[in-house]
Write a protein of this length. Structure first.
Length: 95
């Protein structure tokens, strides 16, 4: 099953793509997108659920297989929103 482009699914200007670890630093962008005062958001809540442990499960999967599935299902969205971020970056923990 192929996932359609996110841009094709949402009206223009109705999405805000932010990496999880960027939420704290992008709080103003989030408030502007939601049309709410930035003071109404608690920036500290972005730090509430930090990643506790990486079990490295995907590192156990054959890289060529994983990469082919990544390219098949994720590459269009990743290239669109995170053009310089690769599967290798993810597997190495470079978030």
């Amino acid at each position: 099953m192929r996932i359609p482009s996110l841009n094709a699914m949402l009206p223009e200007g109705r999405s805000l793509i932010i990496r999880t670890h960027e939420i704290y630093d992008k709080i103003e962008d989030i408030a502007n997108f939601l049309c709410i005062p930035v003071e109404s958001l608690d920036r500290e809540m972005a730090l509430t659920f930090p990643k506790v442990k990486n079990h490295n499960i995907l590192q156990e999967v054959n890289y060529d297989f994983l990469n082919s599935r990544f390219n098949q299902h994720c590459s269009e969205l990743m290239n669109q929103f995170f053009p310089n971020y690769t599967l290798g970056d993810f597997l190495e923990g470079n978030y």
